[in-house]
Design a protein around this ligand. Structure first.
Ligand code: AKG
Length: 307
């Protein structure tokens, strides 16, 4: 079934008189679904189409061309498929490109597609837009919890990173037997997703049931990841989601993961801990490192931090 995840209007969050109603909507979306969609985020429909277009053009290149930016065997960035870590594992039906876009000095352009020609400039522009939007969202989230506006933001700094993942799901002859992406929750603080304009596939788990995340063409889908679940002492829920695939149609999405500095300790905000809401998570460092270990063992990484 479809879900009615709230659609939040950024203009109502950024005006001097931030609308209380919009903040309540945000709070309720994040505490029940962990997902919401945003409109009026400042990027035009034309620009979002451009992001989708350069991504799709890359995946349509001949294999030899794509392999020029192939992920190294033990590497993280570049072009490749699902990472294989066990013989028993059922691989996700997907082609991907994974790149670190922030901080700027850590960009490794050797792993970036050289074609199409405007791939790099488009992705850099998109990343800069999302870096700014991330700040707006972090402020709004803090306000919706009655915290100081910069409460989450001051935990972020120049050493925080942003990774972009282009997901291309080709049509699959046996879509009922394979997934585009296995169930998981994100290890990020926040994830932004630009969905395919026409083909659905993203589903979110709630009360043991899978719900489709509907397409709103010019909106961005946002979900919180485990690190915000920890900082919010569990008030905001990092949702488990998966991707189903399609027998006839290809699907393309672009995910951006915002990740706090791995040297910093992540822990519940003090003001969100009290007698009626005891502390639920212990402090963690380098959550993404823990994340991969747990994920490969088939466990939910957030369990590593639960008290
Ligand atoms: C991811 O890249 O982690 C996603 O969840 C992608 C979701 C999608 O392709 O709809």
């Amino acid at each position: 079934s479809n879900i009615h995840i709230p659609v939040v209007d950024i203009l109502n969050l950024t005006s001097p008189s931030t609308s209380q109603q919009e903040l309540r909507k945000l709070h309720s979306a994040l505490s029940s679904w962990g997902f919401f969609q945003v409109i009026n985020h400042g990027m035009t429909s034309l620009f979002l189409d451009k992001v989708r277009e350069v991504s799709k053009q890359f995946f349509q290149l001949p294999k030899e061309e794509k392999l020029k930016c192939a992920r190294e065997p033990n590497g993280l960035e570049g072009y490749g498929n699902d990472v294989k870590f066990s013989e028993k594992q059922r691989l996700d039906w997907t082609d991907r490109v994974y790149l670190k876009v922030h901080p700027e000095h850590q960009r490794n352009f050797n792993a970036w597609p050289q074609k199409p020609n405007d791939f790099r400039s488009t992705v850099l522009q998109y990343s800069e837009n999302l870096r700014q939007l991330n700040e707006v969202i972090l402020r709004a989230m803090a306000k919706s919890l009655n915290l100081e506006e910069d409460c989450f933001l001051k935990e972020c700094g120049d050493r925080d990173s942003m990774f972009i993942r282009f997901n291309y799901y080709p049509p699959c002859p046996i879509p009922d037997h394979v997934l585009g992406l296995k169930p998981h929750a994100d290890g990020s603080s926040i994830t932004f997703l630009l969905q395919d304009k026409e083909v659905e596939g993203l589903q979110v788990l709630k009360d043991n049931q899978w719900f489709k995340v509907p397409i709103i063409p010019d909106a961005l889908v946002i979900n919180v990841g485990d690190q915000i679940e920890i900082m919010s002492n569990g008030i905001f829920q990092s949702p488990v989601h998966r991707v189903v695939i399609n027998a006839e149609r290809e699907r393309l999405t672009v995910a951006m993961f915002c990740i706090p500095d791995s040297e910093k300790e992540i822990k519940p905000v003090e003001k969100l801990v009290n007698e009626s809401r005891p502390i639920l998570y212990r402090p963690v460092k380098d959550y993404v490192g823990i994340y991969f270990q747990y994920y490969q063992q088939g466990k939910r990484p957030i369990e590593a931090s639960k008290i």
